[in-house]
Write a protein that binds this ligand. Structure first.
Ligand code: HEC
Length: 117
């Protein structure tokens, strides 16, 4: 009985943790991304609505740096993680200089981006 309760509590804990990640992701986004990435593309940056899984630098309403425009490929989790870890390393000459140093924050904000459609 005690064991069942423990397993159940662990399962609920895991569920809570996964929704907490998306929630924290929205906080990371609000604090570190929103300034430049609004609901619509603007002079500060392209909108990130639908960016997860999209082609890199594919929006027609934003003029990307030649570096990012020439990069090619898709915004997979791995590419998003690499870009957010070190934008200039991922695409030397990119206009985005902001990095997210904590792996947990990167994972959270990437999960959040998938919900922004
Ligand atoms: C100071 C402004 C600024 C901040 C803050 C910022 N970005 Fe950016 N971001 C840009 C700019 C400018 C570009 C376009 C870069 C280029 O053309 O080289 C960009 C591009 C991107 C792209 C590629 C978009 C595409 O259409 O291919 C992603 C993904 C991205 N940013 C994610 C983020 C995330 C996630 C955060 C928050 C952790 C963030 N950015 C914070 C300015 C910013």
């Amino acid at each position: 009985m005690i064991r069942t309760a423990f397993v159940l509590a662990a399962a609920i804990g895991a569920l809570a943790a996964s929704s907490a990640a998306a929630q924290d992701g929205s906080k990371v986004f609000a604090m570190q991304c929103k300034l430049c990435h609004a609901a619509a593309s603007g002079p500060m940056g392209p909108t990130l609505v639908g960016v997860a899984g999209a082609k890199i630098a594919a929006r027609t309403d934003y003029e990307y740096s030649p570096a990012l425009a020439a990069k090619g490929g898709t915004w997979t989790d791995a590419n998003l993680d690499a870009y957010l870890t070190a934008p200039g390393k991922f695409a030397s000459g990119t206009r985005m200089a902001v990095a997210v140093t904590k792996p947990a924050d990167r994972a959270a904000v990437i999960s959040y981006l998938k919900t922004v459609r």
